[in-house]
Design a binder for this molecule. Structure first.
Ligand code: IFM
Length: 451
């Protein structure tokens, strides 16, 4: 197929994505409460070079300029997240009207620019007050999330049509509660199954209250799906890849699509004593139904794959292999993985629609002597991933849109500002923005609805 033939269906939505803590800054302005990421980043040794999201891209003050850039690119949609503690400084209870006003103005400006807002409610910045009370280990946090979702629906639901409840719960689980790489910085594997369940419950309850408070809303969740492929044809590698798929992907997909938790997952945690029986079981009557509330779309964040080999079978070799070309994150460039993910999810779960809610690459290309950013590797990356998505469309996958991660270079969590995913370069000293070559190229893709 020649590139010219890579066209997308009419009405396909092209967008870009960001998240509140990664771009907004203004961490303690206008009544915003503290989030777990403020606490984490302010704790020495947690984030590379001690960097924080205190200022980030200063989007809280520069949002008008950023919306103008989006309009200039011809973006049809913009996926951003609401900072929960900006709306509810304590996580529940008193509402911060200035926070509501900020997102309300942003939504109005987007709509005026012809850009559909896609709102994510939870992109990792849990209010610290809720964390102090136990965070996602507590069922009460899911209740607080439902209150927050209702508030967001009541205040923005008249204008925002597309909603994602949670972003990448797997990362909050593994990086945040098991390995302490992310906020809240816990090394508490025993909490993992309850934390996962309470996040799923928050999703289900949040989706249900949005249905009431934002009539006509299209509701989904954004999961990061990493295929776990076996390194060889051996049974040991196959078994390991299936288990890792269960831990990373199926634990969320199965329960969201009404199949309950994978039996092997439950048995594993029960054996470890992490999933109590009887009255102490954190799964209560009605929970699984609440979680499996029908969704309008599934959001898939996809970046790369893991190739795994069984360590016990082959002593001293690393479990995960990364071969071939890599981005600056060390993630393999493997566009076929996107095709595999899309067709597999469609085959096995039949979501009504799918959005690629994130895909992109970190490359550090900086402005050259001509003042421009020639990020040819990002263009090549996106070209190949777009082509893989279009192949999935041709095979019947109901893919409705594509959000490039990210609109702007931003705070890449524990890696601080060392990774640049943006279509737009950000100079963190001056806050100058420069459209990279990839942004100009993306503008053309959007205008032509294809390559
Ligand atoms: O920056 C993150 C984003 O917050 C969630 N998905 C992956 C991106 C790149 O690591």
């Amino acid at each position: 197929m020649t590139e010219k033939q890579v066209v997308f269906p009419q009405g396909f939505i092209w967008g870009a994505a960001t998240a509140a803590y990664q771009i907004e800054g203004a961490w303690n302005e206008d009544g915003r409460g503290e989030s777990v990421w403020d606490r984490f980043a302010h704790t020495p040794g947690r984030v590379l070079y001690g960097q924080t999201g205190d200022v980030a891209c200063d989007h809280y003050h520069r949002w008008r300029e950023d919306v103008a850039l989006m309009r200039d690119l011809g973006l049809q949609a913009y996926r951003f997240s609401i900072s929960w503690p900006r709306l509810l400084p304590e996580g529940q209870g008193t509402v911060n009207q200035k926070g509501v006003d900020f997102y309300s103005r942003l939504v109005d400006a987007l709509l005026e620019a012809g850009i559909q807002p896609f709102v994510t409610l939870f992109h990792w910045d849990l209010p610290q007050t809720l964390q102090d009370a136990g965070g996602w280990r507590n069922r009460a946090t899911a209740e607080a999330f439902a209150e927050y979702a209702a508030l967001a629906g009541r205040t923005l639901g008249d204008r925002v049509k597309y909603w994602c409840t949670l972003n990448e719960p797997q990362v909050v689980l593994g990086a945040g509660h098991e390995h302490a790489w992310h906020a809240p910085g816990l090394n508490d594997p025993a909490s993992v199954p309850a934390v996962a369940h309470h996040m799923m419950l928050a999703h289900g309850w949040g989706a249900s209250v949005l249905r009431c408070t934002a009539p006509g809303a299209e509701i989904g969740i954004a999961l990061d799906i990493w295929p776990q492929e076996p390194a060889s044809g051996s049974n040991a590698d196959a078994r390991l890849s299936q288990w890792r798929d269960c831990l990373a992907n199926r634990r969320f997909l199965d329960v969201l699509f009404g199949r309950g938790y994978p039996v092997e997952l439950e048995a594993y945690y029960r054996r470890l004593g992490y999933w109590p029986e009887g009255a102490d079981d954190f799964v209560k009557a009605g929970d699984l139904q609440a979680i499996a509330v029908p969704l309008d779309f599934l959001g898939i964040n996809h970046y790369s794959r893991s190739v795994v080999r069984d360590q016990e079978a082959r002593d001293n070799l690393p479990v995960t292999i990364v071969a071939g070309e890599k981005t600056d994150m060390g993630w393999e460039v493997y566009p076929n993985g996107l095709y595999t993910v899309l067709t597999r999810i469609w085959r096995e779960y039949r979501p009504r629609r799918i959005f690629i809610t994130e895909n992109g690459a970190s490359y550090s290309d900086a402005p050259g002597p001509d003042g421009k950013v020639h990020d040819a590797r990002r263009i090549a990356f996106l070209r190949h991933y777009f082509t893989a998505a279009q192949r999935a469309l041709q095979d019947g996958v109901p893919l409705a849109g594509y959000f490039v991660w990210s609109l702007l270079d931003n705070f890449e969590w524990a890696l601080g500002y060392t990774q640049r995913f943006g279509l737009i370069w950000v100079d963190y000293q001056t806050q100058q923005r420069i459209l990279k070559d990839s942004a100009l190229w993306y503008r053309q893709v959007i205008a032509e609805n294809g390559l």
